[in-house]
Structure formats: structure tokens, C-alpha cells
Design a protein. Structure first.
Length: 245
């Protein structure tokens, strides 16, 4: 297989324990906060499925809108498919095939344009991207560390430890875990949310960088920036992106 020569990429891969855990909102908040510090961080969503560009609901469009980055969604997400299926199948439905190398090569303009990139995965680490590659293989090929976004709620210890174990099996460095309260509501009491982070640290040896609170819908980027600065340790993220060397 011919490898695309990309040089070394300054990037952080934002993965999650599942789809819908908050990767997009957390990626947007981190990127917006770094940019507010004057750092030249961009976003890349190598492949997305579930809606077409122009709908306004795709991750690429949400990332641009929430970060205030002035870019084209088709540059942020070069591969977008409508079917709400795993990218490999959604692409097949659209009659498109791509290789891991093609997926990576399509990000080259973004890699050149920004000093460093926050790269949002699709679903979790074991999600099929092509006939012979999972998300974890994309992270491996990019040679960048990963950040895990996890639910704060019951079940998250199992999902987070499995995700960490799979990444480690592929020798991918893990910067830390961000717990997201997105699904916690006042109506459903979940006593596990107070102890999950501590137990994840104990059993994984990973650092939980903080707990992102549940926000109102339609928050602006100023609120996202303020919230992430208040709740999440950003130093390990800046370091992973080599912003403080
Ligand atoms: N902390 C939060 N506060 C409010 N809404 C949230 C929060 N986290 C996630 N959501 C909402 O839940 C849904 C799934 O989050 P999203 O970031 O799209 O997850 P993923 O990218 O992992 O699929 C989105 O509609 C998002 O706006
Ligand atoms: Mg997303």
C-alpha cells in the first residue's frame, strides 16, 4: 500500500466511547478556546455520515459555527454521506469507495493551512471506515495522540476502559479523558456520575481532564469557551498539539 507522505502532523484525535457522547461539542469548545488564546488551531472531520452538507446539522457545519472559523464545510469534511450508517456502509449506499490513504490525503489542505488540528472521529474507536480499516487504524496512520470523550453517566467506566485498552493495544498515546454531562438531566438521578471519573482514573491510569457540564441548546462560542476554560484542564491538550514548545 502506498503511503501518503504527510510529514508529521500536529494534531489531536478526538474520539469517544460511542456516537452521541459529545465529541463535536467538546472539540468545538476546545478549538474555540485555543483560538481565543491566539493559537492557530483548525478542525478536521475526515468522514461524516447521517446528513448532507447544507443541512446545517452535520458535524463539519456545527464545528465551523461553534468555533467561528471562517472555512468551507466541504474542506473540513471532505467525505460526507447522507445515510445514518457507519461511514463504510454510508459510503457504499452513496456508491463511493475510498481507502484510508485517500481519507488522509483529503486532509492535506487543512494540515497545511493550520498550525495544528483537532480531528474528530466518527463514533468510537472500533467503527468501520473502509472494508479493512477501523477508526483506530486512521488514528495509527496519522501518528497522533487521542483524547477520549466519555459520558458522565452509568456504564461509562466499562466503555472508557475498553476504549483505552483498544487504543493502547494499537500503541496510540492517550492525552486524557473528558467526561461530558450532556445526557445527565435533573429528572434522572444518576449517583454514579460523582464517582465515575475517579474510578476511570484508578482503573485506567489515565488522567480525567475534567467534566464538561450540560449546556443550554444553541450556546454561542463565547459561552463554550468560558465553560471549557472553567471545567477542563487544557494544558495537556496544548502540549499534545505542541503549542507550548
Ligand atoms: N454538554 C452538553 N450540553 C448540552 N448538549 C450536549 C452536551 N453534550 C452533547 N450535547 C448534545 O448531544 C448531542 C450529541 O453530542 P455530539 O457532540 O454531537 O456528540 P458526538 O459528536 O459524539 O456524536 C448533540 O445534539 C449535542 O448538542
Ligand atoms: Mg460528532
Amino acid at each position: 500500500m502506498n503511503k501518503v507522505n504527510m510529514g508529521s502532523i500536529r494534531g489531536l484525535f478526538v474520539t469517544g466511547t460511542d456516537t452521541g457522547v459529545g465529541k463535536t461539542i467538546v472539540t468545538a469548545a476546545i478549538t474555540a478556546a485555543l483560538r481565543a488564546e491566539g493559537l492557530d488551531a483548525g478542525v478536521w472531520k475526515p468522514v461524516q455520515s447521517g446528513a448532507l452538507l447544507g443541512s446545517g446539522v452535520t458535524d463539519a457545519e456545527r464545528l465551523l459555527q461553534s468555533t467561528g472559523i471562517n472555512g468551507r464545510p466541504e474542506a473540513v469534511a471532505p467525505f460526507t454521506f447522507e445515510a445514518p450508517l457507519t461511514p463504510m456502509l454510508a459510503a457504499k449506499h452513496a456508491g463511493v469507495t475510498f481507502t484510508l490513504n485517500e481519507l488522509i490525503a483529503a486532509g492535506k489542505p487543512l494540515i497545511k493551512r493550520y498550525e495544528a488540528l483537532l480531528i474528530e472521529g466518527a463514533g468510537g474507536v472500533a467503527v468501520p471506515l473502509t472494508d479493512d480499516a477501523l477508526v483506530v487504524d486512521l488514528i495509527s496512520e496519522l501518528h497522533i495522540p487521542a483524547l477520549i470523550v466519555a459520558r458522565s453517566s452509568l456504564g461509562t467506566i466499562n466503555h472508557t476502559l475498553l476504549t483505552a485498552s483498544f487504543l493502547r493495544h494499537h500503541e496510540i498515546p492517550i492525552v486524557g479523558v473528558i467526561m461530558n454531562d450532556g445526557e445527565l438531566t435533573e429528572r434522572h438521578d444518576d449517583p454514579s456520575a460523582d464517582t465515575n471519573a475517579e474510578l476511570i482514573e484508578q482503573y485506567s491510569g489515565l488522567k480525567v481532564l475534567g467534566r464538561f457540564p450540560r449546556m443550554h441548546t444553541d450556546v454561542n462560542s463565547e459561552t463554550l469557551i468560558h465553560t471549557i476554560q472553567k471545567t477542563i484542564q487544557l494544558a495537556p491538550i496544548r502540549q499534545a498539539l505542541k503549542f507550548n514548545l
